[in-house]
Structure formats: structure tokens, C-alpha cells
Write a protein that binds this ligand. Sequence first.
Ligand code: IMP
Ligand code: MG
Length: 179
Amino acid sequence: MGQKPYVIDEMISAKAIAARVEALAREISQHFAGTDKLVVVGLLRGSFIFIADLVRELDLPVEVDFLEASSYGNSMESSREVRILKDLRGEIEGRDVLVVEDIVDTGFTLSHVLAILRTRRPARLEVCALLDKPSRREVDVRATWVGFSIPDRFVVGYGIDYAQRNRNLPFIGAVRFPE
Ligand code: IMP
Ligand code: MG
């Protein structure tokens, strides 16, 4: 609401996403093979569809928890100031933790979240990010697994929003403002 009119150009199809999620899940299942203490932590809200698809492809016993860090608000720019709005419900000390993030952009959100989780002494702490915009990085942080590396475009769909809209698109598209 109150946004300038925009169009969405499809970048990654629902089919391509599904194939990539399956491949990621295979790698993650191998990496954590044999564990009985995995907690998959979704960062709200952008990861909610990704985590739902990913955990259903994992060949492992999993628990699911969620954490919400402060976001962009209605803007397209990172606030650089990250706060925890909703913490995990469970303890992660001694657990294997897989953080599931929608996009790593400047890296502020992920590095902050990882710093907080590390203080809780998980046995292992890995990250699976659906999208990565390496050209935007300002903080040295990397996901263990990345679905797709993308150029510097503002994207929506498959859980990811622009001003809370378009999360329900089945594909990932780039937002464009026509002249
Ligand atoms: P960072 O702290 O700059 O790395 O930003 C990470 C968060 O910003 C992601 O988890 C997203 O919620 C949001 N974000 C970054 N790029 C985009 C985008 O292109 N579309 C929508 N949200 C984005
Ligand atoms: Mg996010």
C-alpha cells in the first residue's frame, strides 16, 4: 500500500526452485547424516516457504524452530541495525543447528544472528540460504549452502516480500518500476 506501481519479472521458476531445494536437501542430509539432534531454525518471515519445502526433503529426524530478526520495514534498504524480535523457543546448546535464511544481502542480519546463536554453544552451526547477493555484501559472512546466487536486484516471491506483499508468488521475481 502506498507503493509506486511496479511489475515483477520472473527470475527463477517454481520448477527450478523445487529442483534446487531437492539438491540442497540431499547435501544437507549427507552432511548431518546420523544426527539425532538437528534443529532447523527458520528466520521469519521470508524463509517460511523455503523451510517448509526443505525440511520435507530432508532424510533426517528434525526439529523446527523459528527466530525473527528486525527487517527492512517497508523500505528496500537494510537498516544495518539488527534486533531479535522473536527468539527461539528451544535450547540449542549441544544441538546441530541449521539456520535457514531467504536472502543474504549486506550480511548484517545473518552475521548478527549467527553471533547470537554461537554464544549458546551449539555443537554445529550451519546456514542454508535460498538466495545470495554477493555483490551487495558489507559483512564477511557466508552461508554453508546457497540455492542461487543472484545479481543486485530486489526480489519477491516464494516467501520473500516487498512491503509484505508477493510472498505467495510460487516463483522468484525481480521488482521493476516502469518509467
Ligand atoms: P541483510 O542484512 O542486508 O543481509 O538483509 C537480509 C534480509 O533482508 C533478508 O533476510 C531479507 O529479509 C531482506 N532482503 C534482502 N534483499 C531482499 C530482496 O531483494 N527482497 C526482499 N527482501 C530482501
Ligand atoms: Mg529475512
